[in-house]
Design a protein around this ligand. Structure first.
Ligand SMILES: C[S@@+](CC[C@H](N)C(=O)[O-])C[C@H]1O[C@@H](n2cnc3c(N)ncnc32)[C@H](O)[C@@H]1O
Length: 266
């Protein structure tokens, strides 16, 4: 799936920062999103959670019934156009009686064809992102879906906020936190607050969870933007920087790499 803040392009920099012996640990991701690190590692045991119910339900359908998800997606991919995008979006938003696999196929179809792979819902919880302008979007990746289903087989999934980790994390777990990022400028703050609603108070509560799990004996790795507020929150821990090839400026000429921090307790 395309996901805002997806870690796909940072994997080669994140892998060397994993803890020694990680292969034997349970992999825990409380902000799983597109799950780039999880799917790249495909660990034997994992707990994946996110506050987005449609995303978590889609992973559950891919795990439990991948063939029907693929079949549904094949039908949708075969008829893709601007008009059918809006018809599918409407059916998806109305569709309480849709099966789990049909809903998941629609969710993936909308994710692959909508504007910038955004996920945004209105106050009624309806998905309201407009169609994207891709010439030939890759809607169905059958092998990718089978591989994802395989990776998810032994995974525990839950739609919960990050604080529920205080109940579920165990000593020896490897926990990777990839929360919505702290904005890098005042302008960015304005837009990203409107977009993800993750406030400074949430970042501070997350720091408290990080401290509690550190005391519990979990191995912890956290990504965030490289801004003084975040550095201060995690000043007791080891901090590395990685360079993210991410567009932060709408002027294409000024696009470049932005620095992100990776905070570890090991
Ligand atoms: C930066 S994205 C994670 C990206 C992911 N690592 C990837 O590679 O695609 C952040 C995720 O946190 C989720 N989220 C936002 N607030 C949350 C909360 N309070 N508790 C748990 N998840 C939350 C969002 O739904 C989103 O999927």
């Amino acid at each position: 799936m395309k996901w805002a803040g997806g870690k796909g392009r940072l994997l080669s920099q994140l892998r060397p920062l994993l803890p020694p012996g990680v292969a034997c640990m349970r992999h825990v991701e409380p902000f799983v999103g597109g799950g780039a690190l999880f799917f790249a590692r495909a660990p034997e045991r994992a707990l994946l959670t996110d506050i987005n119910p449609a995303l978590v339900a889609t992973y559950a359908a891919i795990r439990n019934d991948v063939q029907n998800v693929i079949q549904g997606l094949r039908g949708l991919a075969g008829h893709h156009s601007k008009e059918s995008y809006y018809q599918v979006r409407e059916r998806y938003n109305e569709g309480h009686r849709l099966s789990a696999s049909t809903r998941a196929a629609m969710f993936i179809y909308l994710n692959k064809t909508c504007f910038n792979g955004l996920h945004r819902v209105n106050r009624k919880g309806e998905f309201n992102v407009p169609v994207g302008s891709y010439k030939n979007p890759r809607i169905l990746n059958e092998n990718g879906l089978y591989a994802a289903s395989y990776a998810l087989q032994a995974v525990h999934l839950a739609c919960v906020g990050f604080e529920s980790l205080l109940e579920s994390a165990k000593p020896g777990d490897f926990v990777y936190f990839d929360p919505p990022y702290e904005p890098v400028s005042e302008t960015a703050r304005f837009t990203s607050y409107a977009r993800n609603g993750f406030t400074r108070e949430d970042q501070t509560r997350l720091r408290d969870v990080y401290h509690a799990l550190d005391r519990r004996g979990c191995k912890l790795m956290l990504s965030n933007s490289d801004v003084p507020f975040i550095r201060e929150l995690y000043q007791d821990f080891r901090t590395d920087t990685v360079a993210a090839p991410r567009a932060i400026n709408c002027n294409a000429k000024k696009r470049g790499k932005v620095s992100e921090v990776v905070v570890r307790n090991y």
